[in-house]
Design a protein around this ligand. Structure first.
Ligand SMILES: [Cu+2]
Length: 378
């Protein structure tokens, strides 16, 4: 059964429950004025194309049928007829202009992020998004939340398979939100179809986009630029809330981020035991490092170095080098700086884990204060 929806522009949209609610035959309508415009444009141009198709093919088939050889048809000769040439230049020209006018209007509106109420910096990196709210003292990374067991077909795949994250972007409705989109490594693209926002995230450049969301809800998107091995594993989730709910979320997040910073300070004076570090270290490693260095620490030859039984992870002389490469990364390689991404505790734990897992058994722990010293440039 095909359900018919009559859109605001009087156009018919098909969505088939057979294909599942999420897989429509047509573009989605979205939840912003711009996305409605884009949808309207798409339908208008589709209908123009259909009309042209009907006229051109109609004329062609009519001519083939009525002027066939068996009826004794003789080809007309209007070679170099100025009249015909003017007509077949002018008509497409007029059609193109008629299509370009509404398309340009929508494009100009999309490209105008002025008078925004709120600015959020969106930074892509392999393979996660980072969001920073200007003037709000709030920033966080947003990672894929789908478990490895689902990806490896060991557990059934849930409804939002590969479209769920740990920390979604939260925004208010009915506010003009400006996005500043950039990247830390390769080109990514921040794409949320329901907003009709799709902006390339280029390293060294900042691209602007904006949206104003009409309805509260959860909107999902994906990175839309092939950006390496886990390109399909960096989804986007945006939760649009009413203003009071958004304000409440903002306050809570500010408070918990402040608390986390204070906790970090206390951690500097503490010595965490090996078993605690190993438990957190394993979890952090599997979530943040295993995609490249693999869960067994053996890496992928030629792409990602092994950490088991070789390199800085087993060398007692290179403990500092080990902390440095995890905190600062290795410029020009996929090994990014994890200093800003993980907490001091997670950094200490993951480095401890690498130095003791997979038979590395150095027996040493790395403490929060060791990591802080490297962060301070010591
Ligand atoms: Cu990407």
């Amino acid at each position: 059964m095909v359900r018919k929806l009559i859109g605001s522009s009087g156009l018919i949209v098909f969505s088939s429950p057979l294909l599942g609610e999420t897989m429509q035959l047509n573009m989605t309508r979205g939840v912003t004025a711009i996305s409605q415009d884009v949808f309207g444009l798409h339908m208008t141009i589709l209908y123009i194309c259909i009309a042209i198709g009907v006229v051109v093919f109609g004329a062609m088939f009519w001519s083939i049928f009525h002027h066939r050889k068996s009826k004794g048809a003789v080809a007309a000769s209007f070679h170099e007829s100025t009249k015909v040439e003017i007509i077949w230049t002018l008509i497409p020209f007029i059609i193109l202009i008629a299509m370009a006018i509404p398309a340009t209007k929508t494009l100009l509106a999309m490209e105008d992020p002025s008078k925004s109420d709120l600015t959020i910096q969106v930074t892509g990196s392999q393979w996660k998004w980072h969001y920073r709210y200007f003037d709000q003292d709030v920033e966080f990374y947003s990672h894929l939340a789908t478990s490895a067991a689902q990806i490896d077909n060991q557990r059934p795949k849930r409804a939002n398979y590969l479209l769920e994250v740990d920390y979604p972007l939260v925004v208010p409705i009915n506010k003009k939100i400006r996005f500043l989109v950039t990247s830390q490594d390769v080109i990514h693209s921040w794409w949320v179809p329901a907003f009709a926002v799709k902006k390339d995230a280029n390293p060294g450049f900042i691209n602007e986009a904006w949206t104003r969301i009409d309805e509260p809800g959860i909107y999902r998107g994906q990175c839309a630029e092939l950006c390496g091995k886990d390109h399909g594993f960096m989804p986007i989730v945006v939760i649009a809330k009413t203003q009071p709910e958004y304000d409440q979320w903002l306050q809570q997040t500010q408070a918990s981020q402040r608390q986390a910073r204070e906790q970090e300070q206390r951690l500097l004076d503490m010595t965490m035991p090996m078993d605690e570090l190993m438990v957190l270290g394993e979890k952090t490693y599997n979530n943040r490092c295993a995609m490249c260095h693999q869960a067994n620490g053996e890496g992928i030859p030629g792409a990602f170095p092994a950490l088991a039984a070789e390199g800085v992870s087993i060398d007692p002389q290179q403990r500092i080098e080990h902390i440095k490469i995890v905190v600062h990364g290795s410029t020009g390689t996929a090994m990014q700086a994890f200093g800003p991404q993980l907490s001091l505790k997670e950094l200490a734990a993951v480095i401890t884990y690498e130095r003791n897992a997979w038979g590395n058994n150095t027996g040493e722990t790395v403490q929060a204060a060791d990591v802080q010293a490297i962060k301070n440039g010591l």
